[in-house]
Design a protein. Structure first.
Length: 658
């Protein structure tokens, strides 16, 4: 089957395997007849733009040549244009901070010289950087500015690109109606930008698939492949084959999904587009998960390495803010310099004495301003330090509040658990009292055989009282361990017993608060994790901390199934499963529910501090964040997989220390 699919793909795209981008060929043929330096700047910029389809490194090379030549001949419009194209190449290479810096530099030139066309391109490509960062609102706002500039100069080719990107942005916001509207506007301008077609059809595939129209999605795929072949657009071939692979995977056509994903990977590697390769590696890692652990791990490592190269060295959003702030500072410096130069030109006509006085005045004023600024900065520094100190104190209080909130979840369950042994103690005590009275009566009668029988019964009752009293003491001990601050010392722990204890306490706690709540509880504990008398099976963890994590995940699971059960869905049976498993040198603790699942837009946010989907007053937003930090501190991982309307699986992976 895989061989047939490979042959189909090879037959389907012969131009890509052996072809050359016709735009690049055309530009290179014209290079020899271009006589002006400004014309060569434009040609180099165009080569930078079109080489993105086949080789990012070449695109960056020609972008640098265009910018260097435009600087040499002081061609401002060429500088703005080449900076834009070079920034686009760096974006697709994966260096977002570099790309944003180049676009902002171009924006300064455009604003100073009223280059509306180049400024519109600049806004659009700044918007693309925000799109890569999943900031859809800023991406949309910058594209709307681009449209305004391109409408001003009536550049229909650039408008086609603007509308196409807006279609992609609104699709990212799950607004399919707006997405379809802007895609249709881009198709209306198709004749002005035919090289836009592969991008357009790549968006159409995602749109139709998101609406469940897979037949239309595959028609768009075929059209996109045709146009991408026409222009030797490896970038979009990578996109198109990956989108087709995702559709095949959803249809459970696993061979097709694998072949198309591998084909996508080959095109991404040809052009060295890190963003596209990151998407491909993520897909293949998820695809091989559960099918081929070695390949899944290999692609996961590739995805993480690529992600580090894209978003490593700090938070990319922080880099973005720093670059924007630096750009603003440069604009202010430039404006002050221009104002100063203008003043110098005006006052240069005045006698030297007046010029000297003015210069001295400026120096004095700047000195005073600098002193004031230093004073303000020192005051701000003190305020910031005080604020930071307060924030740290508040953070500690919030963390303790979250711990006490989890203790509150346990309280009702503990009350239920401790009541049972206390009932046994009371009952056996009453029975023993009666037996003692009866034994006294038999002693008076001299019936010592009956006295011995009663004494044996009393002894059995006392043993049971002792057993249930010890059970109550263990529950209290566990509660105290949960409430006190962790010592940070790991100790051998029976994971099955720990998980089972918190599972039952969480359930009884919710039942105590809501008598109408019912759920099916399922457990599947790995027997190898149950400790014997020698301690075999125990793993070294901080039990209070891991207990908090398990309690948080189980409490959340009960909450979501309870919320779903309130929707009145026919035949719905709320179910929560707790599974432990030993895999090689790791222990896996899995909490599964059949609730409503987590929306895709929220999956990446759930481990962020203070993020919660619960109503106000019902959650601090710190539970999962603290759980994530606790598991990381143990050298493990906390992962989540969720399917909307079907349920969620949280998995704790802990290393088994030798």
């Amino acid at each position: 089957m895989q061989f047939v699919l490979k042959m189909v793909i090879i037959i389907f795209c012969p131009i890509i395997l052996f072809g050359q981008n016709r735009f690049i060929d055309s530009i290179q043929k014209k290079m020899n007849v271009i006589k002006t330096d400004t014309g060569r700047v434009g040609a180099f910029s165009d080569l930078c733009f079109y080489y993105r389809y086949v080789n990012i490194d070449s695109a960056i090379y020609f972008g640098n040549k265009a910018y260097e030549l435009s600087l040499k001949i002081r061609f401002l419009q060429g500088q703005a244009h080449s900076l834009n194209d070079l920034g686009l190449a760096y974006r697709e290479y994966g260096d977002l901070s570099k790309a944003l810096g180049l676009h902002l530099k171009s924006l300064i030139i455009c604003n100073e010289n009223q280059f509306f066309d180049e400024r519109g391109i600049c806004y659009r490509r700044i918007g693309l950087v925000y799109l890569d960062l999943n900031d859809f609102d800023l991406a949309r706002d910058n594209h709307l500015k681009a449209i305004q500039d391109h409408l001003t100069v009536n550049n229909k080719r650039q408008l086609g690109f603007d509308y196409q990107n807006l279609g992609r942005i609104y699709l990212g916001k799950n607004n399919t109606d707006s997405s379809r509207f802007y895609i249709s506007k881009a198709f209306e301008l198709q004749s002005y930008a035919i090289d836009l077609n592969p991008d357009l059809y790549a968006i159409v595939i995602k749109l139709e698939h998101s609406l469940g129209n897979d037949k239309k999605a595959f028609l768009a795929f075929k059209e996109g492949i045709k146009w991408a072949n026409e222009f030797s657009d490896y970038r979009n071939l990578c996109n198109l084959y990956l989108d087709a692979a995702k559709i095949y995977l959803d249809q459970k056509k696993y061979d097709s999904a694998e072949i198309y994903a591998k084909t996508s990977q080959e095109f991404g590697q040809i052009i060295n587009n890190k963003f596209l390769l990151y998407r491909v590696y993520n897909f293949l890692s998820a695809y091989y998960d559960g099918r081929n652990a070695q390949k899944a791990l290999s692609y996961l490592k590739l995805a993480n390495t690529t992600k580090d190269s894209l978003f490593g060295a700090g938070n990319i959003q922080l880099v973005q803010k720093l670059v924007a702030r630096e750009n603003q500072r440069q604009i202010e410096i430039l404006n002050e310099k221009k104002a100063f130069q203008t003043s110098v030109k005006i006052y240069s006509l005045i006698a030297g004495l007046i010029i000297l006085i003015i210069v001295l005045f400026y120096f004095f004023r700047n000195s005073v301003r600098l002193k004031k600024l230093n004073k303000i900065l020192n005051n701000q520094k003190i305020e910031i330090e005080e604020t930071l100190h307060k924030l740290k104190e508040t953070q500690s209080q919030l963390v303790q509040s979250e711990k006490m909130a989890s203790l509150g979840e346990l309280t009702a369950g503990i009350a239920h658990e401790i009541q049972n042994p206390l009932n046994f103690v009371n009952n056996f005590s009453e029975v023993s009292t009666e037996l003692v009275d009866e034994m006294k009566s038999e002693i008076k009668k001299g019936n010592y055989d009956e006295v011995n029988v009663i004494a044996d019964d009393v002894k059995q009752n006392l043993e049971k009282i002792n057993h249930h009293g010890q059970r109550a003491a263990d529950i209290v001990k566990g509660m105290l361990q949960h409430s006190r601050n962790s010592t940070g010392v790991k100790e051998p722990t029976d994971i099955n017993a720990l998980a089972d204890e918190y599972f039952r306490l969480a359930y009884h706690g919710l039942r105590a608060k809501d008598k109408t709540f019912n759920a099916t509880l399922k457990t599947d504990f790995d027997a190898s994790l149950s400790a014997d008398e020698a301690g075999i099976g125990k793993i070294n963890v901080i039990p209070q901390e891991i207990g908090r994590v398990i309690l948080n995940l189980i409490t959340n699971a009960f909450y979501v199934v309870n919320e779903k059960s309130k929707q009145g869905i026919a035949d719905y049976e709320p179910t929560v499963c707790l599974i432990t498993k030993r895999v090689n040198n790791q222990v896996e603790i899995r909490v599964t529910d059949n609730g409503n699942g987590i929306p895709p837009n929220n999956v990446e946010k759930i481990f962020q501090p203070f993020f919660t989907t619960k109503p106000t007053g019902q959650g601090t937003g710190l539970g999962l964040s603290l759980s994530y930090d606790i598991v990381k501190a143990h050298g493990g991982e906390l992962k989540v997989k969720s399917i909307q309307n079907q349920g969620t699986v949280f998995t704790i992976l802990l290393p088994v220390e030798p």
